[in-house]
Write a protein that binds this ligand. Structure first.
Ligand SMILES: Cc1cc2nc3c(=O)[nH]c(=O)nc-3n(C[C@H](O)[C@H](O)[C@H](O)COP(=O)(O)O)c2cc1C
Length: 162
């Protein structure tokens, strides 16, 4: 299966998973970037379900049928950056696999919220998966090998028909 992976990463762990996934699967990789450099993750906007300013243009997904979206989890919610992408990218009618990366192993509440947003915008959720990223205050380099493995695991999950 081929498609496009779109991700946001503030401290780098989601990026390692996204890159490893893309290398293994051949999916095109697109990064969401803050319009202005920030000092911390926009957790409060995430909790409120709001967006935040991103660099434009956003990834063009007009001709993409299958998308993998990867976002860090902030306070049991997907990132404000992913919210902005969802709201503006035109995901209606597309198939999407959703990935949340958090300090915890599972992020059921966050993944349910992420799915809910996508469905509300007309996207078809093909599946979800939560991965462990980096603990607060730690450097992702300490767990880089595990993150790369998560990317490879994701490629396997998406490659095998459900
Ligand atoms: C303000 C804030 C809130 C967070 N809330 C959660 C949370 O609710 N659940 C969780 O598993 N991780 C939480 N995390 C941890 C991040 O999701 C985790 O470090 C993730 O790997 C960051 O991704 P990144 O390295 O790609 O930026 C939080 C981190 C920050 C900074």
């Amino acid at each position: 299966m081929t498609g496009t992976a779109v991700y946001y990463s503030f401290t780098g762990s989601t990026e390692v998973i996204a890159k490893s996934f893309s290398e293994k699967s051949g999916f095109k990789l697109c990064k969401l970037e803050d319009r202005e450099k920030r000092k911390s993750a926009p957790a409060s906007a995430s909790i409120l379900g709001l967006g935040t300013a991103l660099k434009e243009p956003l990834p063009d997904i007009k001709n993409v049928d299958f998308l993998v979206l990867l976002t860090p989890i902030y306070a049991w919610h997907p990132s404000a950056q992913m919210n902005t992408f969802l709201k503006n990218a035109g995901i209606g009618g597309k198939k999407l696999f959703l990935v949340g990366v958090g300090a915890g192993e599972t992020n059921e509440k966050a993944m349910a919220r992420f799915s809910g947003k996508v469905k509300k915008l007309g996207g078809q959720v093909a599946g979800t998966k939560a991965f462990k990223g980096v603990q607060l205050g730690k450097n992702y380099k300490e767990v880089e090998a595990a993150l790369q493995k998560s990317g490879e695991e994701l490629a396997k999950i998406i490659d095998s028909p459900t």
